[in-house]
Design a binder for this molecule. Sequence first.
Ligand code: SF4
Length: 328
Amino acid sequence: MALDFEKEKLIEKLKKRKPKKVLVQLAEGIKQNAGEIRSWIEELGIEVIFSGETCWGGCDIAVDEARAVKADLIVQFGHAEFIKTDFPVVYIEIKDMLDLNPLLEKSLEKLKDYNTIGLSYSIQHRHDIENIKRFYEEKGKKVILSRKIGNVAYEGHITGCDYQGAKEIQEQVDCFVIIGNKFHSIGATLALKKPVFLIDVYDNDVKTMKGLKDRILKQRVLAIEKLKEEKNVGIIVGTKCGQKFGSPEKLIEKLKEKGKNVIIITMGELTPEKIMNFYKIDAFIELACPRIALDDFANYSKPILTLREALVAVDELSWDDILEKGIL
Ligand code: SF4
């Protein structure tokens, strides 16, 4: 991958904000670049500290860490703004400079039966989106970008958990094309009813998500059935500031009506090891990043469900409703 770390933008923002000490958060794949980023910031006479915690998305803003080290600004690399916070944050989104033309050409065969495309992208490809749109339009396709709505930062942008904009346009398009990685296209296929194609910049390939959705949904039905059977249930409330996916009150009431014992657990980063220590709990419902339950379930020895799935288990939602509106 050829990444542009947007050094000029960083310097411009720092000169404007004039912080004394910054806490830098790096997305997981770029933690190796801490050294060069340190020198860019230190050259401006600014003290810099790096967060060693995971940073999976713009939802994950290290406000407590920044306050603990008395930083006056957070600089987050690799994500766009997801939520507003009461702490100053600068987002350096990073550009993937890969020449997408060979992959776009390759996609045409798979897209030959689709006339109108819903085009979405992960943030590193925003700078290229007008070129991509023009490419497909010159090949006779109609291209629609979703609205900026919910937690996305721009028109056409998607995150791993917010597909509201894409849902809005799905009746107008024949399929969706996602420029980015498998994480976003899996989310899209779980959220949307139309076929999803991934321009996979990591594997240098064009992939259909067909088949994957059915496999994941079958597993989710099993998890819901397990929750119905189990007695002791843990509800995990995520403490990362952008990962508030529902409140537990109604769920607790409904679980108790079904005769279950419920405990509430707070957690920042969910890991199988942390969860395993609550060994008397039979099943977990997580109100943090929904992709943990949907993508990482195989790493957990106990069933782990999203809020919407748990609502199906307590008869507050129907599985058909989930299928109709998307599991995400
Ligand atoms: S998918 Fe998860 S990690 Fe990504 S933005 Fe949403 S909550 Fe955050």
